[in-house]
Structures are given as C-alpha cells and as structure tokens.
Design a protein around this ligand. Structure first.
Ligand SMILES: Cc1cc2nc3c(=O)[nH]c(=O)nc-3n(C[C@H](O)[C@H](O)[C@H](O)COP(=O)(O)OP(=O)(O)OC[C@H]3O[C@@H](n4cnc5c(N)ncnc54)[C@H](O)[C@@H]3O)c2cc1C
Length: 389
C-alpha cells in the first residue's frame, strides 16, 4: 500500500490487488516505529495518523530470570520518541485513502493473485481472480510481490530462499488490562516460559512463546495448562487468566525467518515479508516492509515513467535494502538461538540473564543503541521529494 501511494504520487499508473475485502484481521503486526512515523510526517499524513486511536510505547522492559532491562525510547533522536500501536487496518485504510486521491491509483479488493504471466522469460504481469470470481490477467511493466510471508508469487518465481529456522512459535491472545498495570512493552522469561505483554489500553496483547511445532500437543493439554503457565510466569495475571475461555481465543503464529538470495527477476520485484520473512522479535516487520517500499519507489519511479526498468535497477533496490534486513535477521537469530531456545527449551529456562543484558544494564550507551535499533533501525528511509506534501 505504501509503494502504491508513493508511485501514484509520482504519477505512475499503479494497481494494488488485495485478496481480502477489507484489512480487518486481528493480531497482525500493529507497531508503527519512530522512523515510519517520521516518514508519515514527510508524506503530510502525520496529523491524520495522530488522530487514529493509538497507544504509545515509550519504553521496553525485559525481565529475564529476575534481571530487568529497561530501554527508554524517550531519548531517541528526531520528533517521535516512541513506537505507536495502531490497528493495522486503520493504518492501511489511512494509506489507501491518501492513495485514492491520486488519479493514477487503483485498489482492487477481493482480488486474489493466482500467479505470474510471462513472455520470453520476462514477467509481464499476473493472473488473478476478480471480486466476481472471474479469472483474468493484468499486464504490467513491473510486478511487485508484496504478498507476505506465504507469498504465492515468490513460489511461482522459483527464487531460492535461505531458511534460518526458529526455535519457537507464538500464541497470541488478549487479557484485560487495568489502569494501574504495566505500561509499554514488557517481556518476561522465567522457569522455561516466555511472553511479551503489549499494553493496548484496556487489554494486553500477549505473545506467548511455545516450542516450534508444539502447538497441537500443547492444545491437547487443555486451556487450564496454559492458564497455569501464565500465572507461574506473571503471577499478577492470576486474577484474569480465566478470561481465556478456550483455545479458540488463542491464535498460532508460525514463526518463520528466511530471506531470498535474489529479490528480483526480469519484470518482478519482491519486497517486505515476501523477500524476507521476519521473526516477531523486536516487532520490526512492518517497519522494514514500509522501508523497502520507500526505497523501491525512490529508485524505480524514474525508470517506471519511461518504461525502462532494468534488472540493474531492481538489483539496486535489493542492494539498498539487503543490509538492514540481514542485520536485523542476524540479531533475531542470535536472540532466538542464545536466549529463546534455551529459555523455553527446558523447565529451568535460562539459569541467568544473557551477558548482553547484563552489559546493557551496566552501560547506558548500549541501551541507547538498542533503543535506536528497535525504534528506528538501520538505514531508515525518507520520502522521495515527489511524494512529500
Ligand atoms: C500474528 C502476527 C503478528 C505480528 N506482529 C508484528 C508486530 O507487532 N510488529 C511488526 O512490525 N510486525 C509484526 N508482524 C510481522 C508483520 O505483520 C509483517 O512483517 C509485515 O506485515 C510485512 O508486510 P508485508 O506488506 O510484506 O506483508 P503482509 O502485511 O503480510 O501483507 C500481505 C498482503 O498481501 C495480501 N495477499 C496475500 N496473498 C495474496 C494474493 N494471492 N492475492 C492478493 N493479495 C494477497 C494479504 O491479504 C495481505 O494483505 C506480525 C506478523 C504476524 C503474522
């Protein structure tokens, strides 16, 4: 949606296809980071974004075997010193509304892409099923696959993927939050369990870590077993765990961590999760997908105007965005392997807090780097001049 908006502001004919009729899906990523908030300001959308119902995270806390690390975001450089939590459907509708003001933009909802069309080895567009269920084709000078971690276009393109694996999956659920409960984002790892509590105002969105592939067996144990584990991990939630009536209230996120070796082919570019599925650690997937879109728009708007998008220009998008994705995935892999795999892999969990946490507690500069890494990230992107309002 971000790429559609930017290209439309460059006067380029752009069609975004979305298979669902709306953006209303619960437990998609809802974090909008400081660098994306600044981007929205540059696009003249800051005030509209601020008017959306949102919650601000100004600090991230992690409690690991009784050692607590506090990362303060209020000292970040730039105007936004927090991460905003906004329902993703509101954020996407905001972008869609802004894009619709451009005469060259078209959003086709209830439109499912089925695969690529090719001519002489070059991707020439997509096959899709329209809102009436009719199969059609659309020709395009450039097709951008931004269809997420289960990308059908990535599969169709047959591009090689590096899979890094993950030791955990995530259960998502809600529990009520009282006014005097913890604020911001809080992670707790103790006794062989781990979870993150995200303050959403009157409820906590909870990401509860389970061993990879253990979903079915753990559901067999019944909801009471989950309630018990939560109470053991976060004792003050004992008064409300009964609100989890059954496993129908618990959604599984199959954690994937992978990256394409090449993000493009003739006539095709992949960005966001389709190019690099991110682990939920740090909640940075949206930020990265948006940054990919901005880089793609900046690098490709000129060649798209003259219908001269070459493989070299597509390679330039990957060259720009590969490093931030690779750095963040490297950090996620380290946290997964060194901390999470041990923390949830045996009943005692980690015997003590990892060295990095102990060091960060000692040196404020390390905490400042962590705050920058999470809320802004490597190589933040800025709106191209043509898109600024
Ligand atoms: C449960 C969960 C929680 C997460 N929490 C966070 C978080 O807190 N913070 C964060 O930053 N990231 C989070 N993430 C990751 C984040 O959602 C992704 O990294 C980010 O949304 C990637 O953006 P994207 O545009 O590449 O793909 P997506 O957001 O996945 O968007 C892909 C879009 O393509 C559409 N689509 C797919 N296939 C087709 C098709 N064949 N035809 C037409 N349309 C199609 C989908 O409906 C969807 O709208 C979470 C992910 C999950 C699953």
């Amino acid at each position: 949606m971000m790429l559609g908006l930017l290209l439309a502001r460059a006067g380029i004919d752009v069609t975004v296809m979305e298979k669902h009729a709306d953006f209303l899906r619960d437990f998609r990523g809802d974090t909008v980071h400081a660098s994306t908030l600044r981007l929205l300001d540059e696009l003249g959308l800051g005030a509209q974004f601020a008017a959306l119902p949102h919650r601000m995270i100004e600090g991230v806390n992690a409690t690991i075997q009784d050692t607590t690390l506090h990362i303060d975001l209020r000292r970040l450089p730039g105007p936004h010193k927090h991460i905003a939590l906004v329902p993703q459907w509101d954020f996407l509708e905001l972008l869609a509304t802004a894009a619709r003001r451009e005469p060259t933009f078209r959003l086709l909802r209830s439109t499912e892409v089925l695969g690529l069309t090719r001519s002489g080895g070059k991707v020439t567009g997509v096959r899709y099923r329209d809102a009436d269920g009719v199969e059609k084709q659309m020709h395009a000078h450039l097709t951008v696959a931004c269809d997420g971690r289960s990308s059908i276009l990535r599969q169709d393109a047959g591009l090689a993927t590096r899979n890094f694996g993950a030791p955990m999956d995530v259960w998502w659920f809600r529990l009520p939050r009282h006014a005097d409960d913890l604020h911001g984002l809080n992670g707790v790892f103790q006794f062989g369990h781990g979870c993150a509590l995200i303050d959403r105002g009157d409820y906590f969105q909870i990401a509860y870590l389970i061993r990879k592939g253990a979903d079915a067996a753990m559901r067999e144990e019944g909801i009471e077993s989950l309630r018990r584990e939560i109470t053991e991990l976060v004792p003050w939630l004992a008064d409300r765990v009964d609100q989890l009536a059954s496993f129908d209230d618990v959604k599984l996120l199959d954690v994937q961590l992978n990256r394409l070796r090449r993000w493009y082919a003739d006539g095709l570019l992949l960005i966001g999760d389709a190019a690099h599925a991110m682990s939920p650690i740090g909640g940075v997937g949206i930020n990265l997908a948006v940054a990919d879109a901005v880089a793609a728009a900046r690098i490709l708007a000129g060649p798209l105007r003259t219908h001269s998008v070459t493989r070299r220009r597509l390679a330039a998008v990957q060259a720009r965005r590969w490093l931030p994705a690779a750095i963040i995935q490297r950090v996620q892999r380290t946290v997964q392997d060194r901390a999470i795999a041990v923390a949830i892999g045996n009943p005692e969990g980690l015997r003590e807090a990892p060295r990095a946490v102990v060091l960060a507690n000692r040196f404020p500069a390390l905490r400042a780097i962590a705050a920058y890494g999470v809320a802004i990230g490597p190589l933040p992107e800025h709106a191209p001049d043509y898109a600024r309002r």
